[in-house]
Design a protein around this ligand. Structure first.
Ligand code: ADP
Ligand code: MG
Length: 246
């Protein structure tokens, strides 16, 4: 579904990561773990071109992605990529002046030009999936952090993306609200949604993903099954990292 081939990114002199490759298959869930500052967020942002890679290629369903807004021949531009690769962030960025349902329907209506009634039906479906159908008329300020994040996930899903990128979506939440958001992501994994997930929740990463990548100093320092990476880490830095965060 989504590939990175020898992707590198620097900000002026700072080399954030070098030659990262990732092949995300349909229905697969990959977890990205690693110390703060190791380049996880920048990598995800390059995957949907919120940052332009310094070198290397991103491919969506085999088509190479170009850093221009429009598609060109077989190559797809940022507009097409963003409609197909959704992203959810640590901070939910809901529109405060819109109800929950309006937040969820905004993308389908304004980006996809979907008729309002159809978008609302779709929105209610995804609000149901995250367990918040009954909150559709509430404003974000009336919701808990966990509920806001579940709305943000429903909003991303309403665009019906081929791939969902999740960047530490539970890091800003009070501990007692983390579980409900992780449960929603587990549901998505069971539904076969293709995802790349950056998380510090090791037990969750092990449970939800089929493959774990350990990013350290801008390189993939280890890659394998949750069993190999989280439960039986061979590399010393990895072992220290997972034992600290597990
Ligand atoms: P992580 O998500 O693993 O904590 P990040 O991808 O956020 O790591 O950051 C990796 C490195 O890139 C850090 O040193 C960070 O300061 C730097 N960085 C991230 N974004 C920018 C930017 N827009 N300009 C300059 N440096 C940046
Ligand atoms: Mg980050």
């Amino acid at each position: 579904m989504l590939q990175a081939v020898n992707l590198s990114k620097n900000f002026q002199k700072l080399q954030v990561f070098q030659n990262l490759s990732l092949d995300l298959q349909r229905g697969e869930v990959v977890a990205l773990i690693g110390p703060s500052g190791s380049g996880k967020s920048t990598f995800l942002r390059c995957l949907n071109m919120m940052e332009t890679p310094s070198s290397g290629q991103v491919l969506y369903q085999g088509a190479s992605v170009i850093p221009s807004f429009r598609d060109r021949g077989d190559q797809i531009g940022i507009g097409t990529l963003r409609r197909n690769v959704g992203m959810v962030f640590q901070h939910f960025n809901l529109f405060p002046h819109m109800t929950v349902l309006q937040n969820v329907c905004e993308g389908p209506i304004s980006v996809k030009r979907m008729p309002k009634a159809e978008a609302q039906a779709l929105g209610m479906h995804f609000l149901g999936l995250v367990g918040l159908a009954e909150k559709h008329d509430s404003y974000p300020s009336k919701l808990s952090g966990g509920q806001k994040q579940r709305v943000a996930i429903a909003r991303a899903l309403a665009m019906q993306p081929g791939v969902l990128l999740l960047d530490e979506v539970t890091s800003a939440l009070d501990p007692e609200l983390v579980g409900e958001v992780l449960d929603v992501i587990r549901t998505l994994a069971r539904e076969g949604i293709t995802m790349a997930i950056v998380t510090h929740e090791m037990a969750f990463a092990a449970d939800v993903s089929s493959r774990v990548l350990f990013l350290d100093k801008g390189r993939i320092a280890a890659e394998g099954s949750p069993d190999e990476i989280i439960f039986n880490p061979s590399d010393e830095r990895l072992s220290n990292f997972v034992s600290r965060t597990r």
